[in-house]
Design a binder for this molecule. Structure first.
Ligand SMILES: *[C@@H]1O[C@H](CO)[C@@H](O)[C@H](O)[C@H]1NC(C)=O
Ligand SMILES: *[C@@H]1O[C@H](CO)[C@@H](O)[C@H](O)[C@H]1NC(C)=O
Ligand SMILES: *[C@@H]1O[C@H](CO)[C@@H](O)[C@H](O)[C@H]1NC(C)=O
Ligand SMILES: *[C@@H]1O[C@H](CO)[C@@H](O)[C@H](O)[C@H]1NC(C)=O
Ligand SMILES: *[C@@H]1O[C@H](CO)[C@@H](O)[C@H](O)[C@H]1NC(C)=O
Ligand SMILES: CC(=O)N[C@H]1CO[C@H](CO)[C@@H](O)[C@@H]1O
Ligand SMILES: [Ca+2]
Ligand SMILES: [Ca+2]
Length: 578
């Protein structure tokens, strides 16, 4: 009884502490962003394709998840050669998703619910159907150098050996202009020339358009490593990858096309511009950058090494997404977390990502048993959490027969393992014929039969479902905010048990007050482990497969961890004050 009373006082203390802070200050630093893949989220008009009105219909669901905001994958006008990453008009909405009016309504509805909204910003390249490209082909005034053109009618081949991310030469011949243009992705995605000041200004205007005029809260900047290329267009040297053939991207070491100093510089410029839009609108707007690169290359997108320039508010941390395997152990996991935290200067905000529209579903990659454990982990680690839609219910890859595939880049026939169609199947809202995604049977990608065992409707009813545990994590995150320090420890000889302690020693000398601790068993065997902190402990949250109860008090110095079990708890005894 007394204990419950103390907890109530404690919670009150936390809330009163927060309410004394200036309203909304750096709201993003402890945010959870929910990534929506609009085509697969919710169809409102019965064409089998998700749309913005569908997102509006599901905003209450999103608010009830307890997340901070949504990030929408591209929704702009596009011929859809690369699922909207080939934009033909940066200032308009793809009619399949809706209109500018519906988008404005979405922004308003999001804000009404005290949520935030982030849109994708794809500056490296446009669609070849963008009017800028057409004007550039025709050498129209001002537009002539909007893209990267090389060679002439007498050229006998591409200007250099650069290779596209999607295989083959990064150069495409244009018969009208009689020159080659550069494209790091598809040939329908010509690279913009950021050495041209008109292009630089256009992009800033587009940022203002969405951030100020439409009042969105931030942008996610796509593919920043590719922004600017070395200006002498030198050939790139061979890589050491023996498996790569001449046409493969991996064949070369991309020293002249990736992460060039000017690309970082451009991100810093955009940050300054985003700050200006914050000043104009009186609200803190943010930018996040996407670089699927080694950590050492990713971190400078946060800001310059000398600290004089700020870059993205956060640069996506893909270390877990790329390196963690189902066969990893807790030691590997600890090493990955430590590698990131040790390299990230403490003044920057960390972030954790496990899923996206480009990688296989978490449940498929790591096993269904690890869904809660991994959602709890990314929610427990300090900083920002990013969740790809469907991961909160532990959706698995959907089966997509190749004839129904849509990933033109990684064609299902040619790339049976890396086609991205599988993680893009429609959201499973219920177990009805079309999973509550739409009211028609023909959907752009097939609805997975797994809707029968994995859907929102059923999980609503079960307190220990992935969905409800995900909601509990979001609630707990409001308590975790103050604990900025972290310690990691592998507890057992088999290296499958990871203990993570969060505390705050910044405010009160070196006293570790208000400790939160997570223990997870990444392995498939039950293990008894000693806990580092002094008992008793109170269980705050546990994975669905855990026999422990929320609120339960644990008195022993040892704890039994079932296979794939995760718990978050708190020592209930305050440590003696020094
Ligand atoms: C599906 O829903 C849309 C929008 O409510 C409606 O216009 C359409 O007629 C419905 N289609 C079917 C097959 O029920
Ligand atoms: C291409 O070669 C022809 C014949 O040598 C020459 O007249 C022409 O000027 C060349 N074109 C360019 C763009 O250099
Ligand atoms: C994949 O390639 C096959 C054979 O080249 C083609 O028939 C199919 O339409 C392609 N699928 C996609 C999604 O592009
Ligand atoms: C691709 O998938 C097949 C079966 O799904 C598997 O046998 C093969 O090892 C995989 N290849 C790679 C490179 O992962
Ligand atoms: C756990 O996994 C290992 C490695 O995959 C396997 O050899 C072992 O049999 C599994 N143990 C149990 C209890 O399932
Ligand atoms: C994760 C992600 O958004 N990847 C995108 C990076 O940019 C290329 C080109 O725009 C896209 O094809 C990827 O989907
Ligand atoms: Ca639709
Ligand atoms: Ca570029």
């Amino acid at each position: 009884m007394i204990r419950i009373f103390l907890i109530l006082i404690y919670i009150q203390y936390i809330y009163s502490y927060q309410s004394n802070k200036p309203c909304d200050e750096s709201w993003w630093k402890t945010a959870t962003f929910y990534q929506i893949y609009p085509k697969s989220f919710k169809d409102s008009d019965g064409d089998g394709i998700g749309d913005l009105q569908g997102v509006i219909e599901k905003l209450d669901y999103i608010r009830n998840l307890g997340v901070t905001g949504i990030w929408l994958s591209p929704i702009f006008k596009s011929p859809e050669k690369d699922q909207g990453y080939d934009i033909s008009d940066y200032r308009d909405i793809n009619p399949m998703f809706g209109t500018l009016e519906i988008f404005q309504q979405l922004v308003n509805e999001v804000h009404k619910r005290r949520l935030k909204i982030i849109v994708d910003f794809v500056p490296n390249h446009t669609s070849d159907k963008h009017e800028w490209f057409e004007k550039s082909v025709n050498r129209e005034d001002k537009y002539e150098d909007y893209y990267i053109w090389k060679g002439d009618e007498n050229s006998t081949g591409p200007p250099n050996n650069w290779i596209s991310n999607f295989k083959f030469s990064a150069w495409e011949w244009n018969e009208n202009r009689k020159q080659y243009y550069l494209h790091h992705f598809l040939k329908e995605q010509p690279d913009l020339n950021f050495r041209n000041h008109h292009v630089r200004n256009e992009m800033k205007d587009i940022l203002s358009y969405w951030l100020v005029q439409f009042n969105v809260d931030g942008v996610r900047i796509d593919a920043v490593p590719f922004l600017i290329e070395e200006k002498n267009f030198r050939d790139e040297p061979r890589s050491n990858d023996p498996t790569a053939t001449e046409i493969d991207y991996e064949y070369l070491n991309h020293i002249y096309t990736l992460n060039q100093p000017e690309s970082y510089e451009l991100v810093y410029e955009w940050r300054a511009h985003v700050e200006r839009t914050s000043a104009i609108s009186g609200q803190e707007k943010i930018c996040m950058s996407e670089a699927v690169q080694p950590t050492d290359m990713v971190i400078p997108y946060y800001g310059s090494a000398d600290g004089s320039r700020l870059g993205a508010h956060f640069s996506f941390n893909f270390i877990l997404l790329q390196e963690l395997k189902s066969t990893s152990n807790a030691k590997d996991l600890a090493n990955l977390i430590n590698e990131w935290l040790n390299k990230l200067p403490t003044k920057y905000t960390s972030n954790w990502v496990l899923g996206s529209h480009d990688v296989h579903r978490v449940a498929t990659k790591f096993g269904k048993e690890r869904v809660d454990l991994l959602n709890m982990l990314t929610g427990f680690l300090p900083g920002i959490q990013v969740t790809y839609n469907g991961e909160e219910i532990g959706m698995e890859n959907g089966p997509v027969p190749c004839m129904f595939g849509h990933d033109h880049v990684y064609n299902c026939t040619t790339y049976p393992n890396i086609s991205r169609d599988f993680e893009r199947t429609p959201m499973q809202w219920d177990n009805s014929k079309c999973a509550g995604f739409t009211n028609v049977t023909r959907t752009w990608l097939p609805v997975s039969y797994k809707k029968l065992e994995c859907n929102v409707f059923d999980q609503e009813k079960n307190a220990k479902s992935h969905l409800n545990i995900y909601r509990d994590i979001q609630k707990l995150r409001t308590l975790l905010k103050q604990q900025t320090q972290i310690q990691l420890k592998v507890l057992d000889k088999n290296k499958n048990i990871l203990e993570i302690v969060r505390f705050n020693n910044a405010m009160e000398g070196h006293r570790k007050t208000d400790i939160f601790e997570m223990i997870l068993n990444y392995g498939n065997e039950s293990v008894v482990v000693p806990i580092t902190e002094e008992p008793p402990f109170q269980v705050m949250l546990r994975s669905g497969n855990s026999p422990k109860k929320c609120g339960e008090i644990i008195n022993g110095k040892h704890i039994t961890m079932d296979p794939y079990e995760a718990i978050i708890f708190r020592p209930t005894k305050r440590l003696p004050q020094k």
